[in-house]
Design a protein around this ligand. Structure first.
Ligand code: UGA
Length: 442
């Protein structure tokens, strides 16, 4: 890559910040990564990657000469004009996004560094923020006398588990600005990726992000409701999704029925968009349903277990997978949190196993037995539930699982297992939105 690539600052070294930093370093920029967490910065300096994200450690290592870590925002300000903001915006009790970390960054930039024109700095917002945040931040900057500081909205569309690939080959790049130098500078930064570009105003860029996540979440809740109707009518949702997805206008992606969406984004962003609408006096009915369907979907496993086992008191249930999806250790809003708590509340003994998320899970899930592997988790189980479709679970030898279990029920919460392989081991298979084994084997 050319040596003239402009240096950048990245504030926040979580999933989004680190992947963005490593990605731009890979494209040839010097990247100054800032985080207030001194421990995290020390680990990063020592070459340790604090999160599990496939390919990230390798990318950081390959670009270590261009990646600089510090707790002082001044280190980024001194060397870079574009400061990517990638700090957390968790939900508050009201469902609004908590923007305190974003405003702490605004606050931390000294007025003196906000020179105007080509010499100045710009904040480039990567954190997911409500539409209108850019306008509010610009107002605050003006109040604080930081007139030269520009603002660009550049939402991120990375998926955990494939974030490195998503950075390097994005479906699109969305950049919203007020027509100053900063937007063009960000466009230039992304140019080598050769991705379709939406260069627009700040409020529209912010809304693209929220609307995209809400639309994907709606698609999932929709197929989950179709799945529930399939169970009533004898249809198989996997076949239905296949038939629907072949329509170009619908597409196959995000039509996988299961036990609900989780993660740090969909639950938070759908709620934030609902609140945003509500705060402006608009009642976003559809999103209410998306959220409610998702909550009920997580609990469907319980009713399925009750249907097969009668009561859950004293019953041993094995949960395979805890992370909110495979290839991540992220436990935020994972369906396993609701499931493990509900099962225990109903009197079940719960054995769990996740190949990567155990460390995160231990602080969040109490009272369960953390097994050493899938077979250990299945030991003595009356029922095995697939919660997260890690590849190693899809390749399990079901005869070995059956030999460990004391019961026969396998609930496939992600419709990801080979039903016939499960049945061939003498087990009873039940998925989401498809018949139990009897109808599947027919
Ligand atoms: C999501 C979006 O897909 C990204 O584009 C976005 O950048 C990101 O949020 C964000 O806002 O930062 P992510 O949360 O990493 O990415 O995960 P997804 O792959 O979208 O999955 C979210 C949840 O939906 C998971 O729990 C997954 O199991 C579930 N899901 C997904 C389904 O239940 N069915 C599907 O068909 C697809």
């Amino acid at each position: 890559m050319s040596a003239e690539r402009q240096p950048i600052g990245v504030i926040g070294t979580g999933y989004v910040g680190l992947v963005t930093a490593a990605g731009f370093a890979q494209l040839g920029s010097d990247v100054f990564c800032i985080d207030i967490d001194a421990d995290k910065i020390a680990r990063l300096k020592a070459g340790e990657i604090p999160i599990y994200e496939p390919g990230l450690a390798e990318m950081v290592a390959a670009n270590s000469a261009r990646m600089h870590f510090s707790t002082k925002i001044g280190d980024a300000l001194a060397r870079a004009r574009l400061l990517f903001v990638a700090v957390g915006t968790p939900p508050t009790y009201s469902g609004d996004a908590d923007l305190s970390a974003v405003y702490a960054v605004v606050e931390a930039i000294p007025a003196g560094s906000a020179r105007g024109g080509e010499q100045g700095h710009a904040l480039v917002m990567k954190s997911t923020v409500p539409a209108g945040t850019g306008a509010s931040i610009k107002r605050v900057l003006a109040e604080q006398g930081k007139h030269g500081l520009c603002y660009v909205s550049c939402p991120e569309f990375l998926k955990e588990g494939s974030a490195v690939k998503d950075f390097m080959s994005p479906d699109r790049v969305v950049i919203g600005d007020d027509g100053d130098w900063a937007g063009d500078a960000v466009v230039e930064l992304y140019a080598p990726l050769d991705a379709p570009l939406v260069h627009t105003d700040i409020a529209s860029a912010e809304m693209v992000k929220l609307a995209s996540n809400a639309s994907l979440a709606t698609k999932i809740s929709f197929i989950n409701e179709i799945a529930n109707v399939c169970e009533e009518t004898g249809a198989d949702v996997v076949e239905v999704a296949k038939g629907m997805g072949l329509d170009d206008r619908i597409g196959h992606k995000f039509l996988q029925a299961g036990i609900g969406f989780g993660g740090s984004c969909f639950p938070k962003d759908v709620n934030a968009l609902k609140q945003l609408a509500g705060n402006s006096g608009y009642h976003f009915q559809l999103l209410n349903a998306v959220i409610e369907v998702n909550e009920l979907q997580k609990r469907r496993v319980i009713s399925k277990l009750l249907k097969h086992l009668g009561s859950l008191v004293g019953v041993k249930v094995c949960l395979l997978g805890l992370a909110f999806k495979p290839n991540t250790d992220d436990m935020r809003d994972a369906s396993s949190l609701v499931l493990s708590a509900r099962l225990q509340a109903d009197g079940a003994h719960v054995r769990v196993y996740d190949p990567v998320a155990e460390r995160e899970a231990r602080s969040l899930i109490r009272g369960v037995h953390f097994a050493t592997d899938a077979l250990d988790a299945a030991q003595g189980a009356d029922a095995v539930v697939l919660v997260t479709e890690w590849r190693e679970f899809l390749e399990l030898d079901w005869a070995q699982v059956a030999a460990r279990m004391s019961g026969k029920l396998v609930l496939d919460g992600r419709n990801a297992l080979d039903a016939h392989a499960v049945a061939a081991a003498g087990l009873t298979y039940e998925g989401i939105g498809r018949g139990s084994l009897t109808s599947l084997s027919g």
